[in-house]
Design a protein around this ligand. Structure first.
Ligand code: OOG
Ligand code: NI
Length: 470
């Protein structure tokens, strides 16, 4: 029998092999990431593994895929459900992007600590929004919906195996092999000729819409390795002559703890694709839609921490507008130093970051009673705080990654009212609850506090709603 996590790890590894064959520059990115990680491990020692073991980080990937309809999203949720991955978070990239990115998204990922440690594979999954009149008029919407309704992304056999794996949380060897084969195939780039006129019609509205709704299949858009020093990676990729986008998205490089997520990518490459002209003839063309991305992960922030992050981004933007000559990362670094706690301890004490708490084996044993506040327990050496790594995505960074790799701005009519989507709508569409990432981190933190309370016999003092800031 092959368990869910083994299926997940095998799927991630096979997808990586497949994508490496399709996009050789991805292999370079993986190689350089590995070199950087080895160097960081050598210079920083155990500190380098504070946000995940080196074996987890080396195998860690996130994928990005794009589908067209709620039904396709439900099907893909079944495939990821088989791998023990659940929808977490709602991202509205229509709002986060200034150019035309007509999608709403979620991320499928494992949710509990043990599963994440085994293999944290996650997939950022976007769904097209043909019903949004800012992008699609009634005629185009109806043609698009008809086109999408007539295609099949996932064969019935795959969906049936997925359902079985989801229910049983494992598959017999032969079925597991078949499932993996079909699942990887479903995300390969198709060689079927693309109707050029239809693709171009959609491309005028949005390159993303064309990539999703202009073809009869789906494909992995990118697969992202995790690196421990993204600035160094950026330098080394540039040195190798690979053209990177202008920026690293997310928090700036600074002296304090790594927070949330920093990402960058290399520019979308021209890939040969078969195109069908109106007269039926097939020619070899090229499309630029797939790129290579890399990420560095930091500490998960609480709602307050995240509000601070969002506020600082706005502040940096305002200052950048006022001082057109100033470099964004420099402005950001200055503001960070001013407003963000420079140590993990202060992040925890101010309730800005998520941590798990653990009783220290060599705690004071002089007969004294432990203090009853989490902050005091940490400060007086009874309890140690370990950062919880951020497992999710950032809408503004995601929009930045989308945009920096689009060939054109597309078109959007902001005079029209956008179609409304939210997490509850998405849950209904998928037929599974879209989980709240904050609730997941909080549960992990609270479980560790409950354990501390049991071990130190502080039950009732450090209650279920233990607040590490108190
Ligand atoms: C998804 C872009 C967002 C990320 O890492 O933030 C993303 C896409 O291009 O389909 O992958
Ligand atoms: Ni990505």
């Amino acid at each position: 029998m092959i368990s869910q996590w083994q299926l997940r790890a095998a799927f991630a590894a096979r997808l990586s092999d497949m994508y490496g064959r399709e996009v050789p520059a991805y292999t370079t990115l993986v190689d350089v990431s590995r070199e950087v990680n080895e160097d960081v491990l050598r210079t920083q020692g155990a500190d380098a593994e504070r946000l995940g073991s080196i074996s987890r980080v080396t195998a860690e990937r996130h994928g990005a895929i794009r589908v067209g309809t709620p039904q396709e999203l439900r099907q893909v949720a079944g495939v990821f459900g088989a791998l023990g991955m659940h929808p977490v978070g709602f991202y509205d990239l229509r709002e986060a992007a200034s150019s035309a990115v007509p999608v709403v998204s979620t991320a499928f990922r494992p949710v509990d600590g043990e599963e994440l440690a085994r293999n944290p594979f996650r997939v950022f999954t976007s769904m097209l929004t043909p019903a949004d009149p800012r992008f699609f008029d009634a005629d185009l919407r109806s043609r698009l919906e008809t086109f999408l309704a007539g295609r099949e992304l996932f064969p019935t056999e795959l969906l049936a195996l997925a359902e079985r794996a989801g229910a049983d949380r494992e598959l017999p060897d032969a079925e597991a092999e078949r499932f993996l084969q079909l699942a990887v195939e479903a995300f390969e780039l198709s060689s079927e000729p693309i109707d050029r006129t239809w693709y171009e019609t959609l491309e005028k509205v949005s390159a993303v819409a064309a990539d999703i709704g202009g073809v009869r299949s789906t494909h992995i858009n990118h697969l992202t390795p995790r690196v421990l020093d993204i600035d160094e990676l950026y330098r080394r990729m540039t040195e190798r002559g690979i053209e990177m986008i202008d920026t690293i998205q997310g928090p700036p490089r600074w002296k304090g703890p790594d927070l949330l997520l920093r990402q960058t990518s290399f520019r979308a490459l021209a890939e040969p694709r078969a195109l069908r002209a109106p007269d039926g003839s097939v020619t070899r063309g090229a499309l630029r839609v797939r790129f290579g991305e890399v990420e560095a992960r930091g500490i998960a922030l609480t709602r307050d921490g995240r509000a601070l992050y969002d506020r600082l981004l706005t502040l940096v933007d305002e200052q950048a507008d006022r001082h057109p000559g100033a470099a964004w990362p420099e402005l950001a670094r200055t503001l960070w130093a001013e407003h963000v706690p420079g140590t993990e301890r202060d992040l925890a004490a101010q309730g800005l970051g998520y941590f798990t708490y653990h009783v220290v084996p060599d705690r004071p044993r002089d007969g004294s009673h432990p203090p009853t506040a989490v902050r005091d327990l940490v400060e007086r050496g009874w309890v140690r705080a370990e950062p919880i790594v951020y497992e999710d995505f950032l809408p503004r960074s995601a929009a930045g990654i989308f945009q920096s790799n689009l060939s054109g701005e597309g078109a959007r009519n902001n005079d029209r009212q956008g179609a409304a989507y939210d997490s509850a709508w998405l849950s209904g569409a998928i037929g599974r609850e879209v989980l709240d990432p904050y609730a997941l981190y909080e549960r992990q933190q609270n479980r560790s506090l409950a354990q501390v309370a049991r071990e130190l016999e502080l039950d009732g003092v450090l209650g279920r709603s233990a607040d590490p800031t108190s």
